[in-house]
Design a protein around this ligand. Sequence first.
Ligand code: SF4
Length: 315
Amino acid sequence: MNHSGERYLAFPAWCRAHYGRRLYRVSLDAGMTCPNRDGTLGTRGCIFCDAGGSGDFAIAYHGQPIGEQDLIGHVPADIRGNAIAYFQAYTNTYAPVPVLRRLYECALQDDFFAGISIATRPDCLPQPVLDLLQELKTAWPQKFIWVELGLQSVKEESARWMRRGYELPVYSQAVQALHAREIPVIVHVIFGLPGESREDMLADIRFLNRDPVSGIKIQLLQILDHTDLAELWRQGSIPVLTQEEYVDIVSEALGWLRSDIAVHRLTGDGPAELLLAPLWSRNKHAVLNAIRHALKEKNIRQGCYLKGETHEQSS
Ligand code: SF4
């Protein structure tokens, strides 16, 4: 493991260790929908999800070649060959297999991209989609395919409150099915959900340590305008974390996180123009600096609390 002097395995260091260079996500909106939006499971989506399906920065993508001119203001210039086609908006395995095949193949054959990362729900990975991912992985050995799963929380009350729409075992089955096909899994969790204690949030980390996941995004619960969560927040029924609380919990969580799991994100990432609360989260650099400072002050390194525990392992 290469921590490059960091107290946690940040995504750029993990990229350098695995690919010899830094990689950059390019967020794509491939025109998907979601079973939580189209009426299959619900119509209003997860409680925190805005109409953009969590892909507000995403570039509309229908398989066209991507070039630097498309990315002005999105990512650093000149990333040809070092970009990740990040299928972000909505549920990116929720379409007929021929549609998915065309989109994924277009991205894989575009020399702009080093690989693809597919954000989806664990209950949207049926056998034909898993077979497609395995087939593409075999056909494109020089590229990578990752899958990002929105777990958000292991607490069933939280899952019901946010209208996640699937039970916890569905997540575990999806992780195992992807791992069996050697497809790396990145898990998204949210800290600061109403009714969740510090122990509840640390329980998320302990839970995902047991599964073969390769990366994590820890996101702060942000209140975005035009969501059902925003309405509850306006009624005064949704508390939000202070920066001090968030930094304290995240630094502890990193101490409990298996040391081989790459940390892809440690802050909220909602669009500034939609963010209602907490407003301190607008300044991502300040939040990351405060987390680094807390790790140093408390002498925490990723996984340091796991020493001697059986689920501390190297991938
Ligand atoms: S699963 Fe994702 S896209 Fe669907 S409603 Fe929830 S957050 Fe939005």
